[in-house]
Each structure stands twice: as structure tokens, then as C-alpha cells.
Design a protein around this ligand. Structure first.
Ligand SMILES: C[S@@+](CC[C@H](N)C(=O)[O-])C[C@H]1O[C@@H](n2cnc3c(N)ncnc32)[C@H](O)[C@@H]1O
Length: 180
């Protein structure tokens, strides 16, 4: 079953954090009904979303591509890549809007690998995770690619805690200066 994901608490938390970013080109992977894209068009010159389900509403000022994650884009294209992945733990993916696979992180891991490929070296990845999701697999990918992960904002709900993180290349190690 594929249905449009309607904006929820997670969408609104991500949107609040996205309001802190600006630049040239940005991508939201899994843009759903496009509400987050409407926020991004205020501060980015080129805004595009991908999803496997078309939005129910027409979108203004941005592009939408029906595509698997970021598969249709070249490497190192975007200043910002954001996503609120399907994150509910599930044995199998029967609802692609919410089912995240094992520990709810399979989808986040797949989105992140693509985000790392298409973000510029100077760019930022913004990811929303739930307390349902153990962070270890996300942290492992960050370490593998030399990225650092910083919490931007969290929100405790009745049944889960949500958190939005920014992920960037770790600053290059400064060469030790020679002694006197
Ligand atoms: C939790 S919803 C978030 C929607 C929207 N970004 C928001 O914050 O309201 C996850 C979105 O990812 C999309 N999605 C799932 N698998 C995808 C894939 N392989 N490629 C692109 N989008 C995908 C779903 O259709 C859904 O719209």
C-alpha cells in the first residue's frame, strides 16, 4: 500500500529545524505532501523533493521527482539534504510512508547513504529519528564517512521522543604545529 503521508508532529519538528538553514540547492528525500518543501523555498534558490508517492496538492516554487531516494541525482549536488524517513519498526514494509524495517532504521540507513552521496562536501544532512530507533547504525555510517552528528532539537511526545540531528563532515584535523 502506498499513501501520501500527511504532516504530523514529526513533520512540524523537522520544519522548525529546516527554518535555520539557507543556501543554493536543497533536497528533501521522501517529501510526502510537500509541506517541508514549502518552508525550504523561502531560503533556498533551488528546492526539490523526491518521493515514491505523488503529493495530493500542487506544489509551488519547487520541483518534485517521483524517484527512489536520491537515485536520480549526481554526486555532490546539494547544500542541504533533509529527511524524515519512515521509522516505525516493522517486520516487512507494507506501508512505505511509515514502515522503517528492522529497528525502524533500515529506511533511515538507506536514505542516509544516498544523502551522503549527493550532499556537497561543505553541505549538511538533516535527519529526524524517533526513540523507537537505536542510533548505533546511523552513527556507524557517520563514522564510516568521517561525519559528525549533532542534535538540533528534540520533542517528547506522549508515546515517543523525536529528535532532529544535523550531520556534517568532521573538520579536517589540523596538522600539529612544529615545536619551538
Ligand atoms: C514519515 S514520511 C515523511 C513525509 C514528509 N517528509 C514529512 O515530513 O511530512 C516518509 C516519506 O518517505 C517516503 N518514502 C518511502 N520510501 C521512499 C523511497 N524509497 N524513496 C523516496 N521516498 C520514500 C514515503 O512515501 C513518505 O512520504
Amino acid at each position: 500500500m502506498n499513501r501520501v503521508y500527511l504532516a504530523s508532529e514529526d513533520s512540524l519538528l523537522l520544519r522548525r529545524v529546516l527554518a535555520r538553514f539557507s543556501g543554493e540547492a536543497c533536497l528533501e528525500i521522501g517529501s510526502g505532501n510537500g509541506g517541508n518543501l514549502s518552508e525550504l523555498v523561502k531560503r533556498f534558490s533551488f528546492v526539490v523533493g523526491t518521493d515514491i508517492v505523488p503529493p495530493e496538492m500542487p506544489l509551488g516554487g519547487c520541483e518534485l521527482v517521483l524517484a527512489d531516494r536520491a537515485s536520480c541525482f549526481r554526486d555532490s549536488t546539494f547544500d542541504l539534504v533533509a529527511f524524515n524517513p519512515p521509522y516505525l519498526p516493522s517486520e516487512e514494509v507494507s506501508d512505505a510512508a511509515v514502515d522503517g524495517g528492522r529497528d525502524g532504521v533500515d529506511a533511515a540507513v538507506a536514505f542516509l547513504e544516498e544523502a551522503v552521496r549527493v550532499v556537497k562536501a561543505t553541505g549538511t544532512i538533516v535527519i529526524l529519528l524517533s526513540s523507537y530507533n537505536p542510533k548505533e547504525r546511523i552513527e556507524f555510517i557517520c563514522r564510516k564517512h568521517g561525519l559528525t552528528m549533532t542534535i538540533e532539537e528534540g520533542e517528547r511526545l506522549f508515546y515517543e521522543t523525536l529528535a532532529v540531528y544535523s550531520i556534517r563532515r568532521a573538520p579536517a584535523m589540523r596538522a600539529a604545529s612544529p615545536g619551538p
